[in-house]
Design a protein around this ligand. Structure first.
Ligand code: CA
Length: 234
């Protein structure tokens, strides 16, 4: 899963990037507000970790502009500022949550999962359909009830496909969800990943649409309206 880290402090940024990578995230790190703005405009992030005190453009301005432009990517504000005003402003203009430095890394991960889940529109942490479901908390896939663990890249791929069941995603779209900037991506990386996934999911679950990309077979990802704890459950 790809995240944008916006942090001008070298030490904090570096350790955060490493820790996130160790937890399976692809991290793009920018150190000032204008670059943050253009990275967000490019899109494809599961979540943005946004420092507020930034060179060139303040984090509040970055967030305000993104929300004004209709960008609903989950944003978690990370700030050293203890002023309650900054936090209130951040939340008012569309931050999904905030953490005040110093914070516990495990809490950061938990809050990231929570804002990503909320964006997925699910009260529970499972997305997908009757045949293929993805557990966003444990990163396991359930194929007709059988659980198996996914690698970070497999998880990012399946998350992208299940988010929009039936939609065709191009090679570029998938690569941008799976890999970070500067990561060496071989021309057949996506094909190799999908080949491996078909062994876990069944051969016909991820379909190739010639010349266009890939999609989840709609009948395998048909939505579960009666999932326990789901929005429709009463
Ligand atoms: Ca800062």
């Amino acid at each position: 899963m790809r995240v944008l880290l916006v942090e001008d402090d070298e030490m904090i940024g570096h350790s955060l990037k490493q820790a996130l990578a160790a937890n399976g995230f692809s991290v793009d790190w920018v150190k000032e507000g204008l670059l943050a703005q253009s990275a967000m405009a490019d899109g494809g992030y599961a979540c943005v970790l946004l420092d507020l005190g930034l060179p060139k453009r303040d984090g509040i301005e970055v967030l305000r502009k993104a929300r004004t432009a209709g960008d609903h990517t989950p944003v978690l504000v990370l700030t050293a500022r203890d002023g309650i005003d900054d936090r209130i402003t951040g939340l008012d203009i569309g931050a999904d949550d905030y953490l005040v430095k110093p914070y516990d890394f495990r809490e950061l991960l938990a809050r990231m999962r929570a804002v990503i889940r909320r964006r997925d529109g699910a009260a529970h942490s499972v997305i997908g359909g009757n045949d293929v479901q993805l557990d966003l908390t444990t990163r396991e896939v359930l194929v007709q009830g059988e659980r198996s663990q996914l690698s970070a890249r497999e998880f990012a791929l399946l998350h992208a496909l299940l988010e929009r069941p039936g939609a065709i995603l191009s090679r570029d779209q998938l690569e941008s969800r799976i890999y970070g900037w500067g990561e060496e991506v071989s021309s057949n990386a996506v094909d190799v990943l999908i080949h491996g996934m078909r062994r876990k999911l069944g051969a016909d679950t991820i379909r190739n649409v010639r010349g266009l990309g890939w999609r989840i077979a709609p009948e395998r990802a048909a939505s579960v309206n009666t999932a326990p704890g789901g929005p429709e459950a009463h």
